[in-house]
Each structure stands twice: as structure tokens, then as C-alpha cells.
Design a protein around this ligand. Structure first.
Ligand SMILES: Nc1nc2c(c(=O)[nH]1)N[C@H]1C(S)=C(S)[C@@H](COP(=O)(O)OP(=O)(O)OC[C@H]3O[C@@H](n4cnc5c(=O)[nH]c(N)nc54)[C@H](O)[C@@H]3O)O[C@H]1N2
Ligand SMILES: Nc1nc2c(c(=O)[nH]1)N[C@H]1C(S)=C(S)[C@@H](COP(=O)(O)OP(=O)(O)OC[C@H]3O[C@@H](n4cnc5c(=O)[nH]c(N)nc54)[C@H](O)[C@@H]3O)O[C@H]1N2
Ligand code: SF4
Ligand SMILES: [Mo]
Length: 745
């Protein structure tokens, strides 16, 4: 038999980062032979990276858990699924019964946003647990962005996406998309998209304490002192007012508070900004003029502007810069996406949004989008009293490595009465679990990045079938989540998740037929449910969303419209065109206008002034990413960890000299929270006074079942983060941390 007869290509979106690259997966006899970019993918057109190419290795990783583990006499041992769910019930139920629902905390990690089940089935889980102790990776990441959108636009999920493919001017702050793949701006292939901006006569400027790969490819790079972006942005906005460069463009007539804003920024001119941020005043003025003069331009900020003490202020000021230059809702400016599964915008006007509907028990921190800061989880576990957290359910998260004050959180988890981890690795966090429930492998499930398409540079729809069948008897991800929901709801571990799933879809269908804006208004729910069968779980829910969405087939109303059948028949995705101007329909504030000056931001400017120069002197720590890492969890893949040690402390030659540190020597980095030791790497690409250590490492505990990662352990940089937060969003401060550095010996 000809060998090539056994080769078969299937297409799938990579679930590892926000770029959502289309992959061509070549299978041979039921195993992954090779993975490469799908040239026909509507969004990525062949672009991919080493991580996507390693999905087969991840699938085959012998350390990836295939069966549940449960703690017996202190050790984690394999058990059957039935026993695992039974033990989860026996552990969780007494805690709920004795101490109440808030005694069980939930932590949702980053991959929840990268799986279809995570995107669609966390809500029913939350509804079942009814605990106020909800935590997630969002408060170590993008929560400031949601706060700004919530207060300005009335909708925390409404994200201004830089329209990369049509812009003429891109100002990037605190993001390194050449390495990260881009975030809150889904655009596979940033290098070629930025090259295209330059080829059409546009300009790319990067503001970052490091001359990153992205900065190296840009027209201009400016070093900035970590944490001082609000000053820089205020300097830009001040210039727009002072030099009469304002133009609201499509936002004209849809904003409130322009004159208040003018008065507020008055004390924050470019000279004041330059003293704090380190970028000269004439440069700030020039950049402001350039953005204002560009036919279309976008200011884009990410992790380096979010995970800092003024993260929310940054997110707000970035949008202000876009709005005041007429770039909001303009092709080539920043726009709102409307992907395949989305409905029509229903504004202008709505209930608006506010945080702080309830407070955390120990530090009285406001909830934001129903969550408390990850930085306060240890407080809630360690502090005795009514409402103390005694059990924890972690879904796809590794907070012991990803959250601040990591050593303390590590200790706190060890003190819990009971913990469940839904995770396919026995890692730093799941080692504390009493039960580990592994989801199926990354190629065993269906996939669609619906959340990420809401931040994409084109409107798209995409669905990937499972590449390989799940192992016999392995429940799907959604079944695991609904089993936990049934346990929390008191129905018990033997109850059938399929019945709960039927209830969930029936509720959604009944809601839609009663909604006058829905294309299925007035239809018979039973008939619609019949049309959705025999699909189950998130596939059925996605089909329903697609068909009732903006581009949907409306269950017969629009024959050419979207449905899951149609997406399945188009494995490279369906392109729904470039982003469309939409103002004022997306605005959900009570006034129906964009609120330029929400009160909390005005007040936060006073805080900014008060702390302005307090970090002067000393060294400040920032993080960095590597193209072959994905936060904490791909270090067990040989092709992704090979090569030299990446967990090094990066310093400028001047700092190395003054500290007496040479390349390769071990340095000790310490803060009030703890200390770590890492080898020194010297580079003139980092700003003097700034040092950088990547997060996601520290795989040294002997209990871990990650044999490759253990031999490339590195250190956990979040041992150094003291748990301070941006008070508006509760987001952890992970960049711009004052540290003390010395030779380790
Ligand atoms: N110092 C510093 N700290 C940071 C950051 C930083 O820049 N600097 N970045 C922050 C950011 S942006 C983020 S998003 C967080 C991430 O924080 P976390 O989400 O807590 O951490 P991850 O390392 O992404 O861990 C993901 C876990 O999910 C598991 N997993 C992977 N796929 C699946 C799946 O399909 N299902 C299930 N159930 N489990 C799965 C992995 O094995 C791993 O244990 O880290 C934050 N921490
Ligand atoms: N390869 C890889 N890709 C990833 C991930 C990964 O771990 N590895 N993680 C994924 C996740 S969860 C996310 S959220 C995204 C994040 O995607 P990005 O936001 O692009 O994240 P980073 O690459 O960390 O880039 C942050 C940049 O901010 C700079 N910076 C630090 N402090 C400041 C500051 O105060 N001001 C300014 N202006 N800049 C500052 C840093 O030097 C760095 O270059 O990446 C995703 N993609
Ligand atoms: S850039 Fe991101 S989505 Fe694309 S292949 Fe790499 S990890 Fe996957
Ligand atoms: Mo993230």
C-alpha cells in the first residue's frame, strides 16, 4: 500500500494564543505527523508559530493526564471518572453545607477563554455554585480594559480594536505582538500586517521599556519608565487640546464631557510628562501632532499598560487619545468587531455598567464584573471568620505561578479543606488538589474562538471539528464542567450532564422566541430544538448563536445565513468582511453617549499626581514573553524548551556594571514579598534602571508530574510581586515593581 494513502489533512484553529491561526494538521494512522499553517485560513493565511506546530507533541505528551487523580493517604493516584466525581461531591458538599456557598472559591484560568466549553459553560457553573468568591486570570491581565469600556461605553466587553489592515499610524504601548501573537486585537501575522502599514506609507511607533522584536521592526521606538504611561498619554491629550488638534470624527454628537476633560488634563502638559516618563516633551508633542494628522491612526496598549498601578487610567487615556483624534469607529482607527456569532448592537442607551455591587470580605475590595482580584485570594483563604474560603475549584489555571505573591498563595492553597483542579497537568497549582479532573486533549475537542473574534481585525466565523476521537470513556470538557455544576447544585455526582445541557439550551431558545429583536421571535421552541438536534453541548449552543446572530440563517429566514453546518463545510473559516462603523449603536450608557470623564478616572488623576515620582531611583522589574512559552504551561514540550535558559534576569550594561554583575552570574532579586535567583543576561535593549524576568517558570517542586519542565525549572517571578493592585479594576501590578538586585554569592 502506498504510504501517502494514509496521510490525511484536517484544518483547525490553534487554541494556544489570541492570534487564532488556522493550522493544517497532517495525520498518519491516527497520529499527528506534521502541523503547518493553513494557507487558506481566512484570517491567518498560512501564518503560525512554533507553539502551534507543537500541538501534536502536546497531545502526545506522556505527562499529560488522561485519567483523573485523587489524593489517597497524601498522594495523588489514578482513579476512575466515577470515583473522581464522587470524591469531588464528598469534598465540596460538606463545605457548602457547613460554611455556606461563599466558602467555595472558583478560579478560572486563561485557557478558559481558549476553549469552546470554557467560553460557553462557565456561566452555568457559576450559577450552580452561587459563590461570591470568583477569581480569574482577568485580574492579572486585562481587567482595566473592561473597566474603561464599562464606564465609558456602558459595556465592559466592548473593546476598541485597532484596525491594523487599514491604519496609517499605529502607536503601540506595552505590547510585543511579534512575540505574544497580539492580545485584545486578534490578528494572526502581526509582522506582515505591520510591514504592510509601512508599505502603504504609514508609520509604526512603539513605546516600551525594552526595544522588543516589535520595536525593532517599527519606525520608531521610545523607552518609557515602567508604570508612567498615564503621564505620556496625558501629555499627548494635553497637546491635542493645547494645539487645537481635536476632531471627534464619527464620535461627534455621541460624547459627554469634552470640556471637563479639557480642564482635567490642564495640569498634565508634556513637560510634566517628560519629567516622569522619560520621553522628551518635544517628542510627545510631535507624536500627538502625527497621530492627529494621520488619515487614520490607532493607539493600542496591552499588558505593559494593564498590569500596572494605573492600568485603568491607561485604558481610559488610550481611548481618549483615539476619540479626540477622530479615530474611534473610523476605518483604520479603532473599531468594534461584530463576528459571526454576535447579535446586532442594541443601543444607543442601556443600563450602563458599574463595579462595586459587593465587596470582598477581608480587604473590602469591590467586585469588578463579578470577580474579586486574584491578588486577594490568599487573604480570603487565610483570614478566619464567617465566609472564609475553605475550598477551591480551579478551572484551567495555575495561579501559584501566574498570580502575585506566589509563595503566599502556594501556602494558602495547602491549607484548604478541599480543592478540585480541572487540568491536564499535575503542576504547581494542581498539586494542591484533592481531585484533578483532566479535560480531553487539545485535539480531542471541537473548537471556536468566539470570544477572541469579538476583538478581531476582521469579522469572521470559524469552527473546528475534533481532530482525533477522545479516549474511550473520557468525558468532554463541557460534561466535566456540568458535572461540577450538578454537584454544586445538590443534584449529586451521578446526575446526568446531558439533562442539564438540554435545560440550558431550552432556556436559551425560550428566551429568544420571546425576544422581539430575535429573528426567531414567536417561533415554536420545540421546532427550533428539533432543528438543533442531534448536536449537544457547546456545538449546539454555538449553532443556536450563529443562526440567531447578525449573519445567521434565522432558522430558515435567510437561507444563505450562517449555521454550524455551513461553518463545518468551510474549514478555513468564513470571512464576513472588514470592521464596519457602528456608532452609536454599541453604546450602552444610560445617556446613550460615550462618557468621556467617568468620575473615578477624574479622581484617579489625583492619585497619579500624588505617587508620580515615588519610584525614582532603584531598579524596577518588568516581565517578558518568549515565542515558545505560553504563560506557565508549555514548558513540558521538548521542542518548546530546547536551547539556552530563558528564565534570566535581563539588565542594561550600565546596571550590570554598577552592580558588579557579569553575564551568566547568578543574581538575587528581592522585594518585600520574597526573593529569587536567576542568571544575568546583559543587553542594551533594556532601559537603564529596568530589569526583566519572564513569568511562568519555577517548575521545581518534586511532586510535579512534568518531567521535561522540571529539567528547565527556572524561577517563579511572581514570588516578587507583592500583591498590590490597580484599585479601579483590582488588577495585579505585575510590571514596574521596585526590586533590590545583588550578586547571589
Ligand atoms: N509576572 C507576570 N505574571 C503574569 C503575567 C505577566 O505578564 N507577568 N501575565 C498574566 C496573564 S496575561 C495571564 S492570562 C495569566 C495566566 O494565568 P493562568 O491562567 O492561571 O495560568 P496559565 O499558565 O495560563 O495556566 C493555564 C493552566 O490551564 C491548563 N490548561 C491548558 N489547556 C487547558 C484546557 O483546555 N482545559 C483545562 N481545564 N486546562 C487547561 C494548563 O495545564 C495550566 O495549568 O498569567 C498572568 N501572570
Ligand atoms: N509566546 C507567548 N505568547 C503569548 C503569551 C505567552 O506567555 N507567550 N501569553 C498570552 C497572554 S495570556 C497574553 S495576555 C498576551 C499578552 O500580549 P502582550 O500584551 O503583547 O504581552 P507582552 O509580550 O508581555 O508585552 C508587554 C510589553 O510591555 C512592556 N512593558 C512592561 N511594563 C511597561 C510599562 O509600564 N509601559 C509600557 N509602555 N510598556 C511596558 C514589556 O517590556 C513588554 O514588551 O500574550 C499572549 N500570547
Ligand atoms: S501565533 Fe498563537 S495561534 Fe498562531 S500558531 Fe502560534 S500559538 Fe497558535
Ligand atoms: Mo493573558
Amino acid at each position: 500500500m502506498n504510504q501517502s494513502n494514509t496521510l490525511r489533512s484536517v484544518y483547525r484553529t490553534c487554541p494556544l494564543c489570541e492570534a487564532t491561526c488556522g493550522l493544517e494538521i497532517i495525520l498518519k494512522d491516527g497520529r499527528v505527523e506534521q502541523i503547518r499553517g493553513d494557507k487558506e485560513d481566512v484570517l491567518s493565511a498560512g501564518f503560525f508559530c512554533a507553539k502551534g506546530a507543537a500541538l501534536g507533541e502536546l497531545h502526545d505528551d506522556p505527562n499529560r493526564l488522561r485519567r483523573p487523580l485523587a489524593r489517597h493517604a497524601g498522594r495523588l493516584k489514578e482513579v476512575s471518572w466515577e470515583e473522581a466525581f464522587d470524591l469531588a461531591e464528598k469534598g465540596l458538599t460538606p463545605v457548602i453545607n457547613k460554611y455556606g456557598r461563599d466558602a467555595v472559591a472558583l478560579f478560572f484560568g486563561n485557557p478558559c477563554a481558549h476553549t469552546l466549553s470554557g467560553q460557553l459553560y462557565l456561566r452555568p457553573l457559576l450559577n450552580a455554585f452561587k459563590s461570591r468568591n470568583l477569581y480569574s486570570a482577568s485580574t492579572t491581565d486585562q481587567m482595566p480594559r473592561h473597566v474603561a469600556s464599562g464606564l465609558m461605553f456602558g459595556a465592559p466587553g466592548l473593546i476598541t480594536v485597532p484596525d491594523l489592515d487599514r491604519t496609517h499610524y499605529l502607536l503601540i504601548l506595552g505590547a510585543n505582538p511579534f512575540v505574544s501573537g497580539g492580545s485584545m486585537c486578534t490578528a494572526p501575522g502581526w509582522p506582515r500586517r505591520l510591514q504592510a502599514i509601512r508599505e502603504r506609507g504609514g508609520k509604526v511607533v512603539v513605546v516600551d521599556p525594552v526595544k522588543t522584536k516589535t520595536a525593532q521592526a517599527a519606525d520608531e521606538h521610545h523607552f518609557i519608565r515602567p508604570g508612567t504611561d498615564p503621564w505620556f498619554l496625558l501629555g499627548i491629550i494635553h497637546t491635542l487640546f493645547a494645539e487645537n488638534l481635536l476632531s471627534l470624527g464619527r464620535a461627534q454628537g455621541h460624547v459627554n464631557g469634552l470640556e471637563e476633560l479639557r480642564a482635567l488634563v490642564e495640569p498634565f502638559g508634556p513637560e510634566a510628562a517628560a519629567r516622569v516618563c522619560g520621553i522628551a516633551a518635544p517628542e510627545i508633542r510631535r507624536l500627538a501632532r502625527e497621530i492627529a494628522a494621520a488619515p487614520a491612526g490607532a493607539v493600542y496598549g496591552r499588558i505593559g499598560t494593564n498590569t500596572v498601578a494605573f492600568g485603568s487610567l491607561n485604558a481610559w487615556l488610550i481611548d481618549m487619545a483615539n476619540i479626540l483624534t477622530g479615530n474611534l469607529d473610523r476605518p483604520g482607527g479603532v473599531m468594534f468587531a461584530q463576528p459571526g456569532h454576535a447579535g446586532n448592537f442594541t443601543g444607543p442607551g442601556g443600563k450602563g455598567w458599574r463595579p462595586g455591587r459587593w465587596q470582598s470580605r477581608v480587604k473590602r475590595l469591590p467586585e469588578v464584573m463579578g470577580e474579586f482580584p486574584a491578588a486577594t485570594l490568599a487573604d480570603e483563604i487565610e483570614t478566619p471568620g464567617e465566609g472564609q474560603v475553605r475550598a477551591l475549584v480551579v478551572i484551567a489555571g495555575n495561579p501559584v505561578v501566574s498570580a502575585p505573591d506566589a509563595r503566599r498563595l502556594d501556602k494558602a492553597l495547602a491549607a484548604l479543606d478541599f480543592m478540585v483542579s480541572v487540568d491536564f497537568y499535575l503542576n504547581e497549582t494542581s498539586r494542591h488538589a484533592h481531585v484533578i479532573l483532566p479535560p480531553p486533549g487539545p485535539l480531542n475537542v471541537t473548537h471556536s474562538d468566539i470570544m477572541l473574534y469579538a476583538n478581531a481585525v476582521r469579522n469572521v466565523a470559524h469552527f473546528s471539528k475534533a481532530v482525533l476521537p477522545p479516549d474511550f470513556g473520557h468525558p468532554d470538557k463541557w460534561e466535566i464542567l456540568l458535572k461540577l455544576a450538578l454537584i454544586a447544585g445538590g443534584q449529586g455526582s451521578k446526575a446526568d450532564p446531558a439533562a442539564l445541557d438540554d435545560f440550558i439550551i431550552s432556556t436559551a431558545v425560550s428566551g429568544a422566541v420571546k425576544d422581539e429583536r430575535s429573528p426567531v421571535h414567536g417561533r415554536d421552541p420545540g421546532e427550533l430544538l428539533k432543528e438543533l438536534s442531534p448536536r449537544k453541548g457547546p456545538d449546539r449552543m454555538l449553532d443556536f448563536m450563529l443562526r440567531t446572530g447578525k449573519y445567521g440563517d434565522g432558522f430558515g429566514k435567510n437561507q444563505d445565513g450562517l449555521s454550524l453546518d455551513k461553518l463545518t463545510a468551510n474549514p478555513h473559516g468564513i470571512d464576513l468582511g472588514p470592521l464596519q462603523p457602528s456608532l452609536p449603536a454599541p453604546i450602552r450608557t444610560p445617556s446613550g453617549k460615550i462618557e468621556l470623564v467617568p468620575l473615578v478616572f477624574a479622581a484617579d488623576l489625583a492619585r497619579l499626581q500624588a505617587v508620580s515620582e515615588s519610584t525614582a531611583g532603584g531598579h524596577v522589574l518588568i516581565g517578558r514573553r518568549h515565542i515558545r512559552s505560553c504563560n506557565s504551561w508549555l514548558h513540558n514540550i521538548p521542542s518548546l524548551v530546547k536551547g539556552s535558559n530563558r528564565c534570566t534576569i535581563l539588565l542594561h550594561p550600565l546596571d550590570a556594571e554598577s552592580l558588579g554583575l557579569s553575564e551568566g552570574r547568578l543574581a538575587r532579586i528581592s522585594t518585600g514579598a520574597g526573593a529569587v535567583e536567576a542568571p544575568v543576561e546583559i543587553s542594551a535593549d533594556i532601559m537603564p534602571g529596568v530589569v526583566s524576568l519572564p513569568h511562568g517558570w519555577g517548575h521545581s517542586h518534586e511532586e510535579l508530574r512534568m518531567s521535561v519542565a522540571k529539567t528547565h525549572a527556572g524561577v517563579n517571578s511572581n514570588i516578587l510581586a507583592e500583591g498590590t493592585i490597580d484599585p479601579l479594576s483590582g488588577n495585579a501590578v505585575l510590571n514596574g515593581i521596585p526590586v533590590i538586585i545583588a550578586a547571589a554569592d
